[in-house]
Write a protein that binds this ligand. Sequence first.
Ligand code: ATP
Ligand code: MG
Length: 255
Amino acid sequence: MAVERSEQPEAAPVPLIELRQVTKDYGPIRALCKVDFQIREGEVLALLGDNGAGKSTLIKILSGIVPITTGEIRYRGEPVQLRSRQDSTNLGIETIYQDIALVDDMDVMRNIFLGREETGRFGLMRIGSMRRKAMEVLEHTVGISGIKSPEQMVRGLSGGQKQAVALARAVYFKNKILLFDEPTSALSVRETNKTLEYILELKHEGVSSVLVTHNIYHAYKTADRFVVLSHGRVLLEADKADTDIEGLTRVVVNT
Ligand SMILES: Nc1ncnc2c1ncn2[C@@H]1O[C@H](COP(=O)(O)OP(=O)(O)OP(=O)(O)O)[C@@H](O)[C@H]1O
Ligand SMILES: [Mg+2]
């Protein structure tokens, strides 16, 4: 019998990014196994799971630096290939890695603008303008202490300060999807709260974030949805409305 159109359930919106049945092998090691995963428009998604669960692998796949073994990646419903960081950047994805990728021998400003320098007439770099913006973004987004000047070399910064520079870089270019792989592990409590607040602020501007963290309280406070990985498989996927911190903790602790 034909069903009237109005009785059909509303179609779910097409996700920004979708992994379908993605498997990743590093030689004999299966890091991800048939993972289905979505990032939706304007959401904060927490990606949880024990050490070695496959979280960083998933982030690296989305950043284009680790190729999938089998499966499919879609962007707004269309199949895409992520073969390089450039492929990922072109889709509006920016990543802050757990193992920070900064250039030690460049100053703070150059690290923030690396590969996306502002140039003026004759192709000359607009150093003054970039310095000013670098300081602005550092002060306003992560409120990090101790970075006195955008000319400071990255080599001499603490772990937390380096993370702040990586965060400032991602934030300044305001991409559509930000992937944070344990961004707060080297930050103080105040800096961590600032970072989490900033993730929420960006959400209200329509930016989606994936937050990898071992801290369930941070995840619960910030995220709209949770995905728990265990041994490379999706163990739980839940909206905030369908779970509470105790339930989430039980799942994560028992992985
Ligand atoms: N380059 C690599 N070569 C071989 N095996 C790897 C490589 N990178 C990760 N693995 C393996 O893949 C699995 C998933 O690792 P991954 O780094 O994704 O875990 P994770 O969830 O991010 O863990 P953590 O919470 O400790 O950061 C682990 O068994 C790990 O040893
Ligand atoms: Mg990791």
